[in-house]
Design a protein around this ligand. Structure first.
Ligand code: ZN
Ligand code: ZN
Length: 445
């Protein structure tokens, strides 16, 4: 069967299974689960994979699920990745009222798309005609949230890294993968095509910060207290005053939140906690901005006579999308939606842990534009279900066929042209080296 025929058979199979695929996406939408807690979603994926004969492995980095289809001949192993986790956006209309968890980043569509691709490829009997393997990989915890909860998991030894893909790499679960792609949902607000692929995006380190002061009566004896909230506010202002020193090309983003501001309004705050990301477009720029943040935090503590504990945690590495993979993907978008329906290039200032994988193997992280509202916002909504759930299924399957057809000639070409930025060992050593805890106490007056 020709490659074009194979692709159209797979797309027809996906259209026949439309109700089921959309139903999977909507079911996950209504049961959002945050990173490393994605039990229901993970069980759903494993059951669906088992029904398709993918023999899933489960419990990878706590909740990850991996299944595979082997081609007719050995060859490169392509992972179709999807992310299991939700975010927390408590004012989203479909937020879990107890936890505030909500799919305001649209990861539910990723799972539906990946399972849809598996349904299409198996129903059309496509895989025996391919070389290599298609690996279906539902991965935990792409959103870096719940820092305290995840630090607790690290301390208990449940995980080493606090994001899904780095943790899976460390545990060896990407050792049997040569290249990877996933499709994220994009919002129509700010996009004028049906799909797009940036060239790159920011990386980040994550900070957990604790200011310690001294409690005292806030009305009658603040003179005896040390106000940890004032130290934190000074530090935030000092961080803001660093901004003129950042180069535009480095696209630095620093956005702290206060996670605890005090104990009681009548007590001088003795403990204040903050979290922040320090994002930028290159590793060098992240480390430079991070030093300035540390300096600012110490300055806040010093001025008020407080102490500060600064924890630095590896977050995301900057993302680089593979050009060859992107061209194959883009051609499939245009074959479905016509010329001009796909755009590529530019830099995005968000982050993804696909960036970590991108240092090790060719990857792409494109967007299918099928939502309205703001990503991570309360108004985010997949407003075109067919495009949101079925198009990613088709594009994943079509791109897999392109890569692995003809004895996987295209996949072999992509691999031959790829130069990894790091070996797995160097990557893990780098990421482990980012973990740091500093204790700074202001000198006694
Ligand atoms: Zn997100
Ligand atoms: Zn996302």
């Amino acid at each position: 069967m020709s490659k074009a025929e194979l692709k159209s058979r797979v797309c027809e199979a996906i259209d026949r299974a439309a109700d089921e695929i959309i139903g999977l996406g909507e079911s996950i939408l209504r049961h959002p689960e945050t990173g490393f807690n994605e039990k229901r979603t993970s069980t759903l994926v494993a059951e669906r994979m088992a029904a398709l004969g993918l023999e899933p492995q489960t419990g990878l980095a706590l909740t990850g699920v991996k299944g595979r289809l082997k081609g007719g001949r050995p060859g490169p192993r392509l992972a179709l990745v999807s992310e299991l986790d939700s975010l927390r956006t408590s004012d989203h209309p479909l937020a879990d009222p107890a936890t505030g968890a909500a799919h305001s980043c649209g990861h539910n569509a990723q799972i539906a798309g990946m399972l849809g691709a598996a349904i299409g490829l198996t129903a059309a009997g496509a895989v025996p005609q391919l070389a290599g393997e298609v690996v279906f990989f539902a991965v935990p915890a792409e959103e870096f949230i719940d820092v305290a909860e995840r630090l607790g998991r690290v301390e208990k030894g449940e995980i080493e890294f606090m994001l899904g893909k780095p943790e899976l790499v460390a545990k060896g679960h990407f050792d049997d993968v040569d290249m990877a792609m996933m499709i994220h949902t994009g919002s129509r607000d700010g996009a004028d095509t049906r799909a797009f692929l940036a060239q790159s995006s920011n990386g980040a380190v994550v900070k957990q910060i604790r200011f310690r002061g001294r409690a005292a009566h806030a009305g009658s004896l603040p003179q005896l207290g040390i106000n940890a909230l004032n130290a934190a506010l000074l530090a935030m202002n000092a961080i803001a005053m660093q901004r003129e020193t950042f180069w535009d090309k480095d696209t630095v983003r620093i956005h702290p939140i206060i996670t605890k501001g005090g104990d009681a309004v009548s007590v001088v705050p003795a403990e204040v906690t903050m979290e922040t990301f320090v994002r930028a477009g290159s590793l060098e720029a992240i480390l430079d901005a991070n030093q300035k943040v540390d300096r600012s935090l110490r300055a806040g503590a010093m001025a008020i006579g407080a102490a500060v504990e600064i924890r630095t945690i590896p977050g995301y590495l900057p993302q680089r999308n593979d050009r060859g993979l992107g061209e194959i993907f883009g051609a499939n978008v245009e074959s479905l939606f016509g010329p001009g329906s796909f755009k590529t290039g530019g830099h995005r200032t968000g982050s993804t842990d696909m960036g970590d994988l991108a240092h090790l193997m060719p990857v792409i992280h494109p967007y299918v534009v099928a939502a309205e509202g703001k990503a991570h916002g309360a108004d985010w909504r997949i407003n075109e279900p067919e495009h949101g759930y079925l198009t990613p299924a088709k594009l994943l399957a079509m791109t897999a066929i392109d890569l692995l057809y003809d004895d996987a000639a295209a996949a072999r070409r992509v691999l031959a042209e790829f130069r990894p930025a790091m070996t797995k060992e160097a990557y893990l050593a780098y990421a482990r080296g980012l973990f740091k805890t500093e204790h700074y106490a202001a000198p006694e007056a």
